[in-house]
Design a protein around this ligand. Structure first.
Ligand SMILES: [Zn+2]
Length: 194
């Protein structure tokens, strides 16, 4: 690959902070022709485009919800984390959350993931922002909410085990940069509220 066909083709100001990794996307899912990186008119980023039929395999980020479940214990604000049981981020701490299913609202996805992963019900108090990241090589947009526990006792699952409350001031190593960024926003908001 060379020139305009080189991955990744990225112009400034896209806000991603890292290039899309398109290196393993080689064949068109419609006609099995070769994919080349090409920027569609008006787009800032190159996407794999079929050299035979023109099909564009858009690499737009998938929406992912993340629940930052907090509580206050003796004046200390704590957050609920679990240990990831699979890659990426195996053995590192993470918040409950996951990919939004087709047809789901963000709140429905949050509720479903918290129930599936920790067996708890949560109330989403506030939206903290959207944080670009990658899940393996897949571009994702992490939509983070500060949540409150309203039912159930946290129990682990193979995906997210050993649910543990940590003080916001003493957090262990986290699995994803987007989660650290969301926590930073949460910290600033909590400080502003004091
Ligand atoms: Zn094709």
């Amino acid at each position: 690959m060379h020139g305009a066909d080189r991955y990744p083709l990225k112009e400034g100001g896209c806000g991603i902070g890292y290039p899309l990794d398109l290196s393993e996307l080689r064949y068109c899912p419609r006609c099995a022709g070769f994919l080349v990186a090409r920027r569609v008119s008006g787009e800032r980023l190159a996407h794999p485009t079929c050299s035979s039929c023109g099909f564009v395999l858009w690499q737009s980020p998938s929406p992912v919800v993340a629940a930052l479940i907090t509580r206050q214990q003796a004046g200390v604000i704590e957050i609920l984390l679990g240990l990831r049981g699979s890659e990426p981020g195996w053995g590192l701490w993470h918040v409950p959350g996951g990919f939004v299913d087709a047809g789901e609202t963000l709140e429905e996805a949050l509720a479903r993931e918290c129930e599936e992963e920790l067996g708890v019900r949560v109330y989403p108090h506030e939206f903290l922002g959207g944080f670009p990241d990658r899940y393996g090589k897949e571009p994702i947009l992490v939509l983070a909410y500060r949540c409150e526990l309203i039912g159930g006792t946290p129990r682990g699952c193979p995906e997210l085990n050993q649910p543990t409350w940590f003080s916001m001031d003493q957090l262990p190593p986290l699995a994803f940069r987007s989660c650290e960024e969301a926590l930073e926003v949460l910290r600033r908001r909590l400080q502003g509220a004091r």
